[in-house]
Design a protein around this ligand. Structure first.
Ligand code: G3I
Length: 280
């Protein structure tokens, strides 16, 4: 919470948003709620806007939890990030079992219905999450979505633009925090999208970090910004260790140094709620 105060003050002073991942069932639980409402001006659902949650059975949609988060945010003047329209993980079982044209059409329908339901209420959507492979290839990750054809990402972005024309459309990934083969693969995709007029507005650097920060972190933010997209730090959390507080500072300063780095979101509010249960 004290790191959040410092980060949030810096972000807010500069006009950037400062967000936290949360869940609808935590909105009234203390001390989570007090810290969330006091320190943050943006929220994102840690899980409740994902495919398995919003469309548990094909064409049967569940927007209850997402609606609650949005109502909470709107009542307090907070903005909402949407996470995430399409991802290889946390798909409902019916989609996991699908392939080819049926899956492609299901993806398009999902984006239309979900982005359409929350049209006008989402600051930024993670349209596609984690589609690139780890390691040195710089290529796509294999998945049922990737096997529908390499154009699945641009189809997702075009569909999202039509469904919610005012949301910023982001590509979001991890292990992309410095300049490396994976972030360069994404960089090349964004450059290609901009050249061909495929709608994309932002790149999310998740920033799940260990005990040191890649020295090219700021340079990496800058090179994406130079392509004409915003950069958002979307899932920041840093492993405990001697360098933790210093690293939160480094990340914040790197974002503040780049005009198109428009916001920082931390992945959870309090240690006991973190998905990284082994590390404070
Ligand atoms: O809701 C069920 C509950 O009913 C069941 O009893 C329990 C038993 O395992 O599982 C609960 O679901 C869990 C869900 O979180 C909600 O708590 C899932 O098992 C668990 O896998 C899921 O983990 C989430 C993870 O994404 C899934 O991949 C984490 O909370 C969430 O923080 C994490 O977030 C991801 C981002 O979306 C993308 N970037 C990486 C980030 C961290 O992995």
């Amino acid at each position: 919470a004290s790191a959040a105060s410092t980060l949030g003050a810096a972000a807010a002073e500069s006009g950037r948003y400062f967000g936290a991942a949360t869940n609808s069932f935590m909105l009234n639980r203390q001390p989570h709620a007090t810290v969330l409402n006091r320190e943050f001006n943006s929220i994102v659902a840690e899980n409740e806007m994902k495919w398995y949650h919003t469309e548990p059975n094909q064409n049967q949609f569940n927007f209850t939890a997402g609606d609650q988060l949005i109502a909470h945010a709107r009542a307090r003047g907070m903005t909402v990030r949407g996470h995430t329209l399409v991802w290889h993980a946390q798909q409902p079982q019916w989609a996991q079992n699908m392939s080819g044209t049926a899956l492609r059409n299901a993806m398009i329908n999902h984006i239309n219905r979900v982005a359409g339901h929350w049209r006008g209420q989402i600051h930024s959507w993670d349209v596609v999450n984690e589609a690139f492979a780890d390691g040195g290839s710089g290529g796509r990750r294999d998945s049922n979505l990737q096997r529908t054809g390499n154009d699945w990402i641009e189809v997702a972005f075009r569909t999202a633009r039509a469904a919610d024309p005012n949301a910023k459309l982001c590509y979001n990934d991890y292990n992309t925090d410095g300049i490396n083969a994976k972030s360069t693969g994404i960089y090349n995709m964004v450059r290609d999208f901009k050249a061909r007029g495929v709608p994309i507005d932002c790149v999310g650097l998740q920033s799940h970090l260990g005990t040191s920060l890649d020295p090219t972190y700021q340079q990496n933010i800058q090179r994406f910004a130079d392509l004409g997209v915003d950069v958002q730090i979307t899932e920041l959390d840093i492993q405990q260790g001697g360098n933790q507080a210093n690293m939160y500072g480094q990340v914040t300063r790197a974002c503040l140094a780049v005009a198109r780095c428009t916001g920082i979101t931390v992945w959870g509010v309090l240690d006991p709620d973190s998905w990284r249960t082994g590390a404070n």
